[in-house]
Design a protein around this ligand. Structure first.
Ligand code: MG
Length: 313
């Protein structure tokens, strides 16, 4: 179980307004606090600030350092929203619609740890869970979960199944147990096998590791029913929005997710969440030292609140 995640916060001050961004850096990402701060410093040193839109244009030319880029992109959107006195949804011309249900993530853990997590998620108001599997003790994990909760659940296999036959068998078991979605069942590059699995799957299949950016989506249409869009993977709100539009154009479903960001990153993603089928934005509920408040879960659904700093640092 991970006990901490490195983050970098970005604070942009301009004409009395303050925009916040965040890069969350779990150990499986290539970026570190040093690479993120190096990127931010070199970007700001080499690009004199003329306007928010000018910085967006320059930032969108960059195709590397995606978590750093995401942090700056969301800070720019946060700043632009305040300066123009419009919500980010209004700026993107997102029509008002219902917010989706949010999942509460349960990592691979002992029965007692899972019991604590299920209680925490239920108390926080979540109506659906996302249970992580490991490919080895999947049946035990789900049987344990079912002893603790009757609520619907998604699973994240994290590339843990090896063959189409294994996946088919486990999906059949999961459907019987009340699972509604399977994330990243096979290794990320096994797209030929994914095509076969999609034709035979009893549950919708969502790409996470297989789908990093906008450019990936076309090749995934025959392999997955949906994609998991994360700001840290694609470089921020700007590309995440384009990814959602692209997925919809191809008739695919969308889950908007996170990398255990605090309220800064999850609130940024929540601005796009009314366009998604599900939201996995439980970061603020999984950390104990969130310096901000913002999006919440209300009766199981995303509730979008303005971002507010609670702790100075
Ligand atoms: Mg995942």
């Amino acid at each position: 179980m991970r006990t901490h995640t490195a983050v970098v916060y970005v604070k942009l001050e301009h004409e009395g307004f303050v925009g916040w961004g965040e890069a969350a850096l779990p150990p499986y990402l290539p970026e570190t606090q040093k690479t993120v701060t190096d990127f931010l410093l070199s970007f700001s040193n080499s690009n004199p600030f003329n306007s928010i839109d000018d910085w967006f244009d320059k930032l969108n030319l960059d195709q590397t350092n995606l978590s750093a880029k995401a942090a700056l992109d969301m800070a720019l959107w946060n700043l632009k929203s305040q300066k123009e006195n419009k919500s980010i949804e209004e700026l993107l011309r997102i029509e008002k619609s219902d917010f989706p249900l949010g999942t509460y993530t349960i990592g691979v853990s002992s029965f007692d740890e899972m019991k604590t997590k299920v209680e925490e998620g239920t108390k926080a108001g979540f109506e659906i869970f996302k249970v992580k599997l490991n490919g080895e003790s999947d049946t035990d994990i789900i049987n344990d979960f079912r002893k603790l909760s009757k609520k619907p659940f998604a699973v994240d296999v994290n590339q843990g199944w090896k063959t189409v036959d294994e996946a088919k068998g486990k999906i059949s078991f999961l459907k019987d147990k009340g699972c509604f979605l399977v994330e990243q069942p096979l290794p990320k590059d096994n797209l030929d096998e994914m095509k076969i699995l999609k034709q035979n799957s009893l549950l919708p299949l969502y790409a996470d590791e297989s789908c990093q950016r906008l450019i990936d989506i076309d090749s995934l249409k025959e392999c997955f029913d949906g994609i998991n869009v994360k700001l840290m993977k694609c470089g921020g709100i700007t590309e995440a929005y384009q990814m959602i539009l692209k997925a919809r154009e191809l008739g695919m479903k969308v889950l908007i997710g996170c990398m255990s960001e605090s309220s800064v990153g999850c609130t940024a993603a929540a601005h796009l969440s009314s366009l998604a089928d599900y939201a996995d934005l439980d970061g603020p509920y999984l950390i104990s030292n969130d310096p901000f408040e913002g999006m919440k879960i209300d009766e199981g659904r995303i509730q979008l609140n303005p971002l507010e700093q609670q702790l100075e640092f």
